[in-house]
Design a protein around this ligand. Sequence first.
Ligand code: BDR
Ligand code: CA
Length: 315
Amino acid sequence: MPPLILDMDPGVDDALALVWSLAWAECDVCAVMTVSGNVDVDLGTSNALRLLALMGRPDIPVYRGERRPLEGEPIRAAHIHGGTGLGEAQLPSSTGTADSGASAALSDRLRSEPDRYSIVAVGPLTNLATAELNDPGVLAKASEVYVMGGAIHVPGNVTPTGEFNLVSDPRAASIVFESNATIRLVPLDVTRKMRVTQAEMKEGLTDCPAEIRDFLMAATSTPMKIGREKYGYDGMYLHDPLTAMLSVEPMWAEWETFHIQIETQGEFTHGQIVVDERSQPVHQGKPIQVAMDIDRRKLLDAFFQPIRSWRGAKK
Ligand code: BDR
Ligand code: CA
């Protein structure tokens, strides 16, 4: 299985993706890169370092990425993830440090060992696009690039048609999707099927080591509360964990091919995925494999099982 480079903006569900990836035996996380998104990149970097300390993996290098989108102003999501990005959780600070220059580090790795690494990008795509702009063709050196983002046939979550990660930096998304990288997309269509309720979270974490359970319950309480009070549903979506999980086991989803482009200009539609579904031989946009369906119960089991049986850092 290719080593994973996780590019994230932690973020509660980003944190859950990292915890799951570190707990899943087959998964080799070789670097964490942070990017401006849910929270500013300094806070996101500090969260990544704290999470690695919690999971006993301070040896995994963290690279601080871009502070701003390629175009426009950053969008934050403290109203979902809480002011620190990690809900109500209080993690001790880490003594670890991050290197700066995520995009350069990404280029170096991909160039030094082509086709070796998988990238899992669960924040705005600014780091990946910066790497591609500075070093054209480099993203094609990844074995695969898994992207959490966009909405194909469902409404967006920050604009009527746009999803947070792509709307946060449409220009970056467009550069990544137009590169020659092998991309697999995990959009809201499927991540909204990966909702976990508070009761399922409690049950799933039974027998889990106390420090991990306490962290996960405290971190998820904020998005759970928002879901309940603002949107009238019980639980939260595991957008980023699902993306990490599918990067390790693509067979866990049903995939469809869509020809897609990213709208970078639209007044109301910037960051929207435009899908060419016309019945004609030639379509606009690149054909991309998109996850569209999962077996929720099976995937929730696969999410909780390694976390529940986690008993310390993998060797
Ligand atoms: C995405 O937006 C962020 O708030 C989440 O971390 C996830 O990556 C979902 O739209
Ligand atoms: Ca994220």
